[in-house]
Design a protein around this ligand. Structure first.
Ligand SMILES: CC(C)(COP(=O)(O)OP(=O)(O)OC[C@H]1O[C@@H](n2cnc3c(N)ncnc32)[C@H](O)[C@@H]1OP(=O)(O)O)[C@@H](O)C(=O)NCCC(=O)NCCS
Length: 192
């Protein structure tokens, strides 16, 4: 890797249970910022950080789950993460289940590196196709996925919680041999 002057070094690694608290805080901050126009303030304000932390800890610690969580570490803190595993809604393929970058670190290449690492991990697990779901109204994330080579599919689904219902759009990409994975190296540098 070229040693770019002024570049900010960061590391991608598998999450450990001790990351759960930071990841729960990060997810909550990302939802409150990115979904302010999509979900009601009351719902976002009432998000339960400790329940989310517990779910994350269980998922990270369960070796029986064919799921992974990869974190981006910069300046000694977790600034983003991606998780994935077998597709939940279809019988075949892999899925990127969640990707969040801390609001003060968005737009600096962390998301692209994390998404590339998730695609590489799913390809290594033998999947030839990956999917993910995004709020249809989350235009920023949809542009991000499109810039990273994912394509919107025709199908629609709905996210439902606490009496709320929001449309989701499915994105997919090929992981077949020969597909350009934009694979992230485990230690890399942000140059912008
Ligand atoms: C969506 C998210 C993961 C993207 O991560 P990021 O670190 O901000 O994105 P990057 O800096 O790696 O950008 C990668 C590419 O996407 C583009 N992109 C990122 N955000 C964009 C936006 N809001 N509008 C247009 N393009 C965007 C970048 O320009 C870049 O393209 P380029 O490399 O060709 O210049 C991050 O912004 C985030 O966590 N958002 C809030 C939570 C969220 O919506 N998560 C997705 C849930 S489905």
């Amino acid at each position: 890797m070229p040693d770019v002057q002024g570049a900010q070094r960061f590391e991608l690694r598998d999450a450990v249970a001790a990351d759960a608290s930071e990841l729960a805080e990060l997810t909550t901050a990302a939802w409150r910022t990115a979904y302010a126009e999509i979900l009601p303030e009351g719902f976002l304000g009432a998000m339960d950080v400790s329940a989310r932390e517990e779910r994350l800890r269980e998922r990270i610690s369960d070796p029986g789950l064919a799921c992974f969580t990869i974190v981006a570490i910069s300046g000694g803190r977790c600034v983003g993460f991606v998780s994935g595993g077998p597709a939940r809604a279809t019988a075949d393929g892999g899925e990127v289940c969640a990707i969040y970058v801390a609001p003060d670190h968005c737009g600096r290449g962390f998301g692209r590196s994390l998404l590339g690492a998730a695609a590489a991990r799913l390809a290594d697990a033998g999947y030839t196709q990956a999917r993910l779901w995004v709020f249809t109204r989350n235009r920023a994330a949809r542009r991000f996925y499109e810039r990273c080579g994912w394509r919107a599919e025709a199908g629609r689904a709905y996210w439902r919680r606490d009496g709320l219902r929001r449309q989701l759009t499915c994105y997919s990409r090929s992981l077949a041999k020969g597909a350009r994975l934009d694979e992230a190296r485990l230690e890399t540098a942000i140059t912008r």
